[in-house]
Design a protein around this ligand. Structure first.
Ligand code: FEO
Length: 399
């Protein structure tokens, strides 16, 4: 059954949602699937903008065929070469032998590497300032390397002021009642999923996203059509504002994320007490999360949102409890910076977690480490030490 949506004059969404996928990139848990957006733009000539993941190939092809109504598309615009959008490129080039492909210069090599197809004789490489006249409308191309692969570009339709933004402005989550931002905002989980997508998938490339936002600011934009998540129209200022914060690693909220690891519940118990006292003393939001029971993508998302992070972990195998170590490693890998941190260590006969956490935090960019470290010995902790620790974090939060 075809399932297409008209976005605006001559632009139609022809994508599909995968509601069965459990792990995006085989890493990140999906609770509500993911949308693979693709588009058709019609002038006198017809352009397809990106394709889709192989998991939705039948829906995608049905949508495209219904819109083409027997015509052959003239162009396939390849904004992004990651296989969740490009798995069908070689098939479509074979299906429509006159169709020309358009993308940045790196695209043919990537297609060859991933799909073994040589499209170089039907490919036009474009770069900043280049455009494509479809007859009645012109597509303009803007390179946005590393958002989030090196070959990425975005495409701007001057007739409708529509930006096809590749991965930028994307989100986890399938489409339900509609594909537009106002439809997705009816889901209370949407904002968190948009943040979790950005921070984990694109989060490492903040400087490149800022450069892309700068280029986009020169454009008059009425629609943003990403490859995942909703089509932006009514909430464009919301997504631009959020991406400016995320890309610059600016906390959205003054508050503390308390992430703990705990084998027998002792570190967890202290973390819970500390979380409550910091909240009481500071009046700020405090979020308490178990590093063992929570997928790291959620921890990372909250680390982007909040200004302070309290790390609490026991010593394990003379080292740092692995779930907390992996969380800090993720912060480093994603270049998270500029947070204020505090440490709760636990160890009995040979405590090591505090020293390791302090060293790892010192390696994170522009992190400020508060004193004192709070020390737990098994299940024993000094009341006055808890008070001093919470006072220090609360004071830093502005209490
Ligand atoms: Fe959904 Fe970077 O691809």
């Amino acid at each position: 059954m075809k399932n297409t949506v008209k976005i605006t004059d001559g632009i139609t969404w022809v994508g599909a949602s995968d509601r069965r996928l459990a792990l995006f990139e085989n890493i990140f848990p999906l609770t509500d699937g993911v949308a693979y957006n693709a588009y058709i733009v019609r002038g006198e000539k017809i352009a397809l903008l990106d394709t889709a993941d192989s998991s939705v190939v039948h829906q995608y092809l049905e949508n495209v065929e219904s819109e083409l109504d027997g015509r052959e598309p003239d162009y396939l615009i390849i904004n992004h070469m990651e296989p969740d959008h490009c798995s069908l490129v070689a098939d479509l080039m074979a299906r429509w032998p006159k169709m020309q492909a358009v993308g940045t210069a790196k695209v043919p090599t990537l297609i060859k590497q991933f799909f073994g197809a040589d499209i170089s004789d039907r490919f036009t490489a474009v770069t900043d300032g280049d455009s494509l006249d479809l007859g009645g409308r012109t597509l303009h191309f803007v390179t946005t390397p590393m958002v989030h692969w090196p070959e990425v570009m975005v495409t701007y339709d001057d007739r409708t002021k529509t930006l096809f933004s590749a991965d930028a402005f994307g989100s986890f989550g399938a489409h339900h009642g509609g594909i537009f931002d106002v439809d997705h905002f009816k889901n209370p989980a949407f904002e968190g999923e948009a943040r979790r997508y950005y921070t984990n998938i694109v989060g490492k490339y903040g400087p490149q996203v800022l450069a892309a936002l700068k280029k986009a600011s020169a454009l008059d934009i009425e629609y943003i059509c990403p490859l995942h998540g909703p089509v932006w129209h009514d909430k464009i200022s919301w997504t631009l504002e959020k991406h400016a914060a995320w890309a610059s690693y600016t906390p959205e909220t003054r508050g503390a994320l308390v992430v703990y690891g705990s084998m027998y519940g002792n570190t967890a118990s202290v973390a819970a007490r500390v979380a409550r006292e910091i909240a009481e003393k500071s009046g700020c939001e405090v979020k308490l999360m178990d590093a063992s029971g929570t997928d790291k993508s959620y921890l990372v998302s909250e680390a982007f949102r909040l200004s302070h992070i309290v790390f609490a972990a026991p010593t394990y195998n003379m080292g740092l409890y692995p779930p907390v170590r992996e969380f800090i490693d993720d912060l480093e890998a994603l270049w998270v910076r500029g947070r204020t941190a505090a440490v709760i260590e636990n160890g009995s006969w040979s405590p090591a977690s505090g020293k390791i956490m302090r060293e790892k935090i010192a390696a994170l960019k522009d992190f400020t480490l508060l004193e004192p470290t709070l020390t737990i010995r098994g299940a024993s902790v000094d009341e006055s030490a808890i008070n001093a620790f919470c006072d220090a974090v609360a004071a830093s939060l502005g209490a």
